[in-house]
Design a protein around this ligand. Structure first.
Ligand code: TGC
Length: 386
């Protein structure tokens, strides 16, 4: 009898041998290189930078991009990798998302040939780290209100402003910074060694502790004229990159949920109360069943979304469906899994509460539940409620 949330509905029959093989490779990496250490990293708020190169060697960085040293994998393969990485920890999957879906994707989609040649091969290999600066202290859900400004001064651009919640910025080599200009919002490729660029890690986080999020200050940062991303103007630039990251998140959240379910199931079979394993109680079985129902449904949503993406027909509002549903359900699954583990579940000896705490960030970044609800509501009614 199968007890795995992975195969209850034989979803593997919907995957190709290559997809299953890629998933197995990433799962083995997570089991060996992440899971044994992740509780300590979370406790110490430590980002395991040594894994960056290893993930580059595995072809996981910008893996759905083609050329420039990228692996050229499908969207479904990218999603499966995100799911396995987040079964380890959301912070590690977030690194891969920021690097590949946001920073690399911006340069790949909109950069000049020189920008691509300069940055992408090193980023794909894990030799260089990138970050993506959109959100600001005063501009979260409404990036159109950003205050960061870039002005031309002769042959140079001069950037002033601030960004907040920027993943990896303090260890990044390059930042893609979005700023207001006289011709609308533009993206800039900013080497982080530039004078006037400062990134400060945000401390005191109760979530995403194996990752780094920063405040960025841009004080008169001078860049050459060709630092601008030439091929996009306006918010559709950063939003196109967010589509990529939001897509990966809907898969990743199901990885965290699956890991929490597996932890709860193992505990329920082992833990005895009233002279029997707690898995023999009807209320415990109901919790486990509800988890599997939502994990399987969430994986189907992610897979269908991935197939649409690979077919080139995916619409942004369909990504909102998966991001909203899967993260919301994953948090609930992780919290329920914690209840199965009882008091012991509030420690780092067990993964569910760590995952649930991480998912609080995941449900907030890349579009909050409210933003994705209203994106869907606008499609259903034809009325914008923003
Ligand atoms: P609107 O002003 O109407 O649209 C502006 C332009 O953008 C286009 N567009 C899109 N293009 C591609 N994909 C999408 N998903 C797009 N959504 C909009 C739109 O067609 C228009 O183009 P054009 O050519 O007409 O100018 O904006 P809107 O009313 O559609 O959007 C409103 C709203 C609330 C949905 C949008 O502002 C939004 O999505 N807000 C959420 C912002 C968000 O997700 N922020 C996350 C920032 S990144 C982050 O959190 C960092 S996490 C990673 C890390 O750790 O660093």
């Amino acid at each position: 009898m199968s007890t795995s949330a992975d195969d209850y509905l034989d979803l593997d029959t919907l995957l190709s041998p290559d997809e299953i093989a890629l998933r197995a490779t990433v799962r083995a990496f997570v089991d060996e290189r992440i899971k044994p250490h992740v509780a300590q990293w979370f406790e110490e708020a430590h980002f395991p930078r040594h894994l960056v190169k290893e993930m580059g060697d595995l072809g996981l960085l910008g893996m759905h991009l083609t050329g420039y040293g990228c692996a050229g994998r499908s969207s479904v393969e990218y999603g499966l990798a995100a799911m396995e990485l987040e079964a380890g920890d959301s912070g590690i999957r977030t690194f891969v998302s920021v690097q590949g879906s946001l920073a690399m994707s911006a340069i790949h989609k909109f950069g000049s040939e020189e920008q691509k040649q300069t940055w992408l091969p090193g980023m794909a290999a894990g030799d260089l780290i990138g970050c993506f600066g959109l959100t600001e202290p005063g501009a979260g859900s409404d990036p159109a209100s950003m205050a960061t400004r870039a002005v031309r001064d002769g042959d140079e651009w001069v950037l002033d402003g601030s960004k907040r919640w920027i993943g990896l910025a303090s260890i990044a080599d390059v930042a893609v910074i979005w700023a207001q200009t006289d011709e609308g919002i533009r993206g800039f490729v900013v080497p982080t060694q530039s004078e006037g660029f400062t990134a400060t890690p945000i401390t005191g986080k109760l979530s995403m502790r194996t990752s780094i999020q920063c405040d960025i200050t841009l004080s008169g940062v001078r860049l050459p004229a060709d630092a601008v991303l030439p091929d996009v103007k306006g918010l559709k630039g950063p939003f196109s990159c967010l589509n990529e990251a939001r897509y990966g998140i809907m898969w990743g959240a199901m990885g965290a949920a699956r890991d929490a379910y597996e932890a709860a199931l193992a505990y329920a079979l082992e833990r005895r109360q009233f002279d029997v394993p707690i898995a023999s109680f009807q209320l415990t079985q109901a919790k486990l069943v509800d988890m599997v129902l939502e994990i399987q449904k969430g994986q189907l949503v992610a897979l269908q979304t991935g197939r649409l993406k690979d077919a080139g027909t995916l619409r942004p509002e369909q990504i909102s469906f998966g991001k909203l549903n899967n993260v919301r359900e994953a948090i609930e699954i992780c919290r329920q899994a914690r209840t199965v583990i009882g008091g012991n579940g509030v420690t780092l000896d067990h993964s569910p509460l760590r995952h649930a705490n991480n998912l609080e960030s995941v449900r907030t970044y890349e579009g909050t539940d409210e933003v994705h609800t209203l994106i869907m509501g606008r499609i259903l009614t034809g009325i914008s409620a923003f």
